[in-house]
Design a protein around this ligand. Sequence first.
Ligand SMILES: Cc1cc2nc3c(=O)[nH]c(=O)nc-3n(C[C@H](O)[C@H](O)[C@H](O)COP(=O)(O)OP(=O)(O)OC[C@H]3O[C@@H](n4cnc5c(N)ncnc54)[C@H](O)[C@@H]3O)c2cc1C
Ligand code: SF4
Ligand code: SF4
Ligand code: SF4
Length: 561
Amino acid sequence: MPPKYSREITRPIALGDSLKDQFRTSPCEHACPAGNPIQKMQALIEQGDFAEALRYLHAKNPFPGITGRVCPHFCQDRCNRGRYDACVNSRALERAAADFAAETPAFRRRPATGKRVAVAGGGPAGLTAAYFLALLGHDVTVYEAHPVLGGVPRYGVPDFRLPRDVVDREVGRVLETGVRARVNTVIGRDVSFADLRSAHDAVIIATGTPRENSLPVPGAEAAVKAVEFLRAVALGERPPMGDRVVIMGGGGVGFDCAFTARRLGASEVHVICLEQAGAMRAPEEDLIQARAEGVRIHNGCTLSSVRARDGRVEGVDYYEVRECRFDERGSLELVPVPGGEHTLACDTVIFAVGLKTDLDFLGPDAPELTPRCWIAVDERQASSVPGLFAAGDVASGPASVAAAIGSGRRAAFAAHAFLTGEDAPVYAVDDEGRIEPRPDLAGRDEPYVVPFEEIYGVARYEKSEPPVPTRSDALSFEEINRGYDADQARTEAARCFHCGHCKGCGVCVDDCPGYVLELRHTDQGDRPVVAFGDECWHCANCRTSCPTGAIAFHFPLRMQV
Ligand SMILES: Cc1cc2nc3c(=O)[nH]c(=O)nc-3n(C[C@H](O)[C@H](O)[C@H](O)COP(=O)(O)OP(=O)(O)OC[C@H]3O[C@@H](n4cnc5c(N)ncnc54)[C@H](O)[C@@H]3O)c2cc1C
Ligand code: SF4
Ligand code: SF4
Ligand code: SF4
């Protein structure tokens, strides 16, 4: 068989991982939990078209300004270019699309369906579900306990990593689709879950993991909870914390507390964590920042008590741990290092030791829960109760903003199918800006993920390093990472290999010795086509010269025997 080309998308796709014309794809797109069309974004940014890049992103993700800043960049960790010189900085490019796009045309709502949907929780998962449901024509109301929408990114992630006006701008776009919001409304207190169910045709639960764990140690009641502390600061409070602060917990939340404490004036900040150096849960960039800001990390240790007098913290006792193991009952057992006990004087102790769901509001027709008290869902986010869907951390346990967005989008389309019976494998944005079913674009199988070894034409790329985004090292609440400027973004976007998606370079056409292929000029760019398939030599020159690995080539049976 002559070559088959795996092509780039030519219109924004809202749902559908398997596309007929895109049967090969990149590890970055495969790894992105939000489903971002990363390669289309890179191609458009390379051309300087930030607005169109943002329009394509918005078909999958209403919050690219947020994920473009705080996502742990699953895409970059899998980037094929990382095996060549350095990975493409896709996260910074996503942010550039969100920041530099001039006003992009908003998508338009489909005609009203007359169906009412309640979304419980106004974080990334709930708002993403609300955005897609509104665009699909439903009447959507979000119920949010806090006075502001946005969830943890709005009141948990500190301003120096994610400025709140970025969150507010993107939440504003969601509301522009016609989503209604009732803030300061706690489900289970201000409105019962049973009333919510009876007043709506479908309900999406996206209440996250609002409860914080504590530690069973003496004096624990004098410690402050991490998210409670971060929320108070995000809402404008400046809690007195003294000079010396100890944080128990070495994940990203613990370091957010540490950097916030430094900015509130604490001169000595300690992070105590069970993990050994080199095996910490916090992202590498947090560890670099910790060194730069003088945060001291005590690895392989845990607290034995908080010393407090009359409710005022005076210090902590902690010890070094030689081994962590689970006993016969499944409880965690910590084996201390003999003589490894220490005391630290401090004024504030913060516990950043994990989050859990709070589903007391569910009542009698509660859906099935997992053993860890998350809502059990299928791959489309449907719970065990018909018409009830769950998305985000409430269904997955603590995860990431990108994962919350991906699951919120899946939940919206599943609820749409439940409400209307319309259930296509692919939804795309039409020329009018509406999200419409496009079963004709669907592929049969999951796309093949092209590994680095199949970018046969890799030698065509010059080795290069990504440009370095500017940073501020001030100990203030100003955003630290300032991102790329527009020129840097275009330079970086050009480094993408476009793994598995044809970029129309024409190399295969030039290298075909049988003159079987042609490069056609279309309004979507240049496209190679098989013009004289019967004359193909089956030499596979096209395949081995393609610098994107976009060609599938099956040798005819007579050549295989
Ligand atoms: C401090 C901190 C820093 C983080 N940093 C990052 C990061 O850098 N990158 C990253 O990808 N992820 C990060 N995460 C994780 C990320 O924020 C979450 O995975 C994500 O926010 C989950 O989205 P969600 O919509 O499921 O839940 P949430 O964001 O928690 O939103 C749930 C919403 O539901 C509301 N709610 C809860 N109960 C009720 C009720 N009964 N009635 C009405 N409303 C209710 C809550 O007020 C909240 O607004 C961080 C988490 C924390 C705590
Ligand atoms: S959301 Fe995360 S994984 Fe997806 S493109 Fe952005 S940075 Fe990469
Ligand atoms: S080179 Fe481009 S397409 Fe390939 S994995 Fe990296 S960012 Fe994705
Ligand atoms: S060589 Fe160029 S034109 Fe041919 S398939 Fe690969 S990317 Fe497309």
